[in-house]
Design a protein around this ligand. Structure first.
Ligand SMILES: NC(=O)c1ccc[n+]([C@@H]2O[C@H](COP(=O)([O-])OP(=O)(O)OC[C@H]3O[C@@H](n4cnc5c(N)ncnc54)[C@H](OP(=O)(O)O)[C@@H]3O)[C@@H](O)[C@H]2O)c1
Length: 273
């Protein structure tokens, strides 16, 4: 299952896995783009299986609906790739009271993953792959006293905070999955030419155009996701952070066990509210 497969890295990941004849479960928020993607995959690869699930990851009711639709199929889940992501230059508060980047990048994926843990455990070797970012470095720790960024909102630190949450989530999930066949790993895809941030104000778009020549293609950006999803080399690897298909050491903020445990417990409460 891949979240956010309609653009950028997620789309390239979907095509790379279709090439390997994977049975794809695609969680998308836009029905028109979802159908167009399925048509494109089927026209290129013919008889592969592509199932669509519609949910905005910032809407926890919709995430529950998508997870239920998969659970109703009564089949194991081999790989969950938490890829969808958003970066905003202005603070957006959702109806559920959460700041959008934290809600979509972390909380929605936290909920999806925890709802699908039984299906992952039923797989021969279930894998959770989380597309994080080196942007986690913009932030020193989890802001337990202000997750909604009432104070100090700024695009990169707030985005980086959600990506730090991605890595800490993987650390805690890996701990909790010890003794099962499920593993969890995070990754940085590199700087990738994609639609990330394209919905923002014109000046943010200008910056994107300026940096474009220095960015890698989405197919190249998808390589570590595909590696973690499929390679025999990482069957036993759990709780690591990868870049260019190799483990990469993180700053202490992304290895803090106590913060990871606290974030898990708080996330449970926030998605239940
Ligand atoms: N691009 C980079 O340089 C870079 C670097 C480091 C990390 N990353 C990470 O890589 C991941 C993929 O980013 P990308 O660069 O491929 O971005 P992208 O081209 O903007 O693609 C993002 C995908 O996420 C989906 N999405 C966004 N908000 C969503 C929501 N609320 N609910 C459900 N789906 C949603 C989008 O759906 P729509 O098609 O409907 O918009 C799209 O399919 C993200 O987690 C990002 O943080 C990217």
């Amino acid at each position: 299952m891949i979240t956010g497969p309609t653009e950028g890295i997620g789309r390239a990941t979907a095509f790379a896995l279709a090439e390997r004849r994977a049975r794809l479960h695609l969680l998308c928020r836009n029905p028109r783009k979802a159908t167009a993607l399925r048509d494109a995959l089927l026209s290129r690869y013919g008889d592969i299986s592509v199932e669509l699930y519609l949910a905005d990851l910032g809407d926890f009711g919709e995430v529950r609906g998508a997870a239920s639709a998969f659970i109703d199929r009564n089949e194991p889940l081999d790989v969950l790739i938490n890829n969808a992501g958003v970066i905003n230059t202005r603070r957006i508060l959702l109806d559920n009271g959460q700041e959008q980047m934290f809600a979509v990048n972390h909380l929605g994926h936290f909920l999806l993953t925890t709802l699908l843990l039984d299906q992952l455990k039923q797989a021969e070797q279930g894998r959770v792959v989380v597309v994080a970012s080196e942007a986690y470095r913009f932030c020193r720790g989890i802001r337990f006293d202000d997750l909604q960024w009432h104070k100090g909102f700024s695009a990169f630190p707030t985005y980086g905070h959600s990506k730090l949450a991605n890595i800490l989530f993987v650390r805690e999930l890996a701990e909790r999955m010890q003794g099962t066949r499920v593993t969890a790993n995070a990754l940085h895809p590199g700087g990738v030419r994609s639609q990330l941030g394209a919905q923002n104000a014109w000046w943010a778009g200008r910056i994107l155009v300026l940096v474009k020549p220095f960015l890698r293609t989405a197919a190249r950006g998808a390589e570590t996701s595909v590696y973690l999803a499929t390679s025999d080399e990482v069957t036993m690897t759990n709780g690591e952070y990868f870049y260019d298909c190799k483990p990469k050491k993180t700053k202490p903020s992304a290895r803090d066990r106590e913060q990871a445990r606290r974030l898990w417990e708080l996330s449970e409460r926030l998605v239940a509210a």
